[in-house]
Design a protein around this ligand. Structure first.
Ligand code: AMP
Length: 212
């Protein structure tokens, strides 16, 4: 089953994709993670995309398509988070690996701003902590690595606002694109990760997308 997760930054797409991937052994493709890795490793692509990612702008379609399409072509099943983010990306993906389900994460803007500005990450293992809302944990150090947690460059409040604006302009139109294709499923993304995950599984099971 080829699944994409669609929704604003901070709606929990990455967290839910990881859970689904682990439980059902579906490969998880996260363009945000791939891009951040290239930046950390200072590869040629990393140098090219650094300023876009850190300022919250979208990386040009050509660069992201090169990263994703080769891999997607070979795969019968995957869950993608953070891709596609533009109509051009969605159309190109459908040409080579037609999407069967696109889950749209519905959440208020206030919740995503609180989540993103309250997010802290471990610079060593990448584990994500959150200082906001019902998952409040006033942590300063990673439980695993004991190093100080950091704020992702693009989680600064002014950049978060820009990411949300860009999401509305460039990515939100994909909801209509997938609706017209009959593959859109809506998911309430408010609540704890476990609550959302239960809803997600119900949504996918209703569709028979997860064969268990
Ligand atoms: P994410 O971790 O999904 O929030 O992505 C972090 C950043 O990576 C985004 O703000 C963009 O700068 C870049 N990025 C990730 N996925 C894409 C994509 N599909 N198209 C363009 N830029 C992307």
């Amino acid at each position: 089953m080829r699944i994409t997760f669609l929704g604003p930054p901070g709606s929990g797409k990455g967290t839910q994709a990881e859970k689904l991937s682990a439980e059902f052994d579906i490969p998880h493709i996260s363009t945000g993670d791939i891009l951040r890795n290239s930046i950390t490793k200072q590869t040629e692509i990393g140098r090219k995309v650094k300023s876009y990612v850190e300022s919250g702008r979208l990386v040009p379609d050509g660069v992201v398509l090169d990263l994703v399409l080769g891999e997607a072509r070979q795969m019968e099943s995957f869950v993608m988070d953070g891709f596609p983010r533009t109509l051009v990306q969605a159309e190109r993906l459908d040409e080579i690996a037609p999407i069967e389900i696109s889950v749209f994460f519905e959440i208020s803007e206030a919740t995503v701003v609180a989540r993103l500005t309250g997010r802290r990450i471990c610079p060593v293992c990448g584990r994500v902590y959150n200082l906001s809302g019902d998952r409040a944990v006033a942590k300063e150090r990673c439980d695993e690595c004991s190093v100080s947690l950091v704020i992702r460059e693009d989680d600064q409040e002014n950049i978060v606002r820009r990411r949300i604006e860009i999401y509305k302009e460039e990515t939100l139109p994909l909801r209509e694109y997938y609706r017209k294709k009959g593959v859109l499923r809506r998911l309430s993304a408010e609540g704890t990760p476990d609550t959302v995950y239960r809803r997600l599984k119900r949504t996918l099971l209703e569709d028979d997308s997860l064969k268990i």
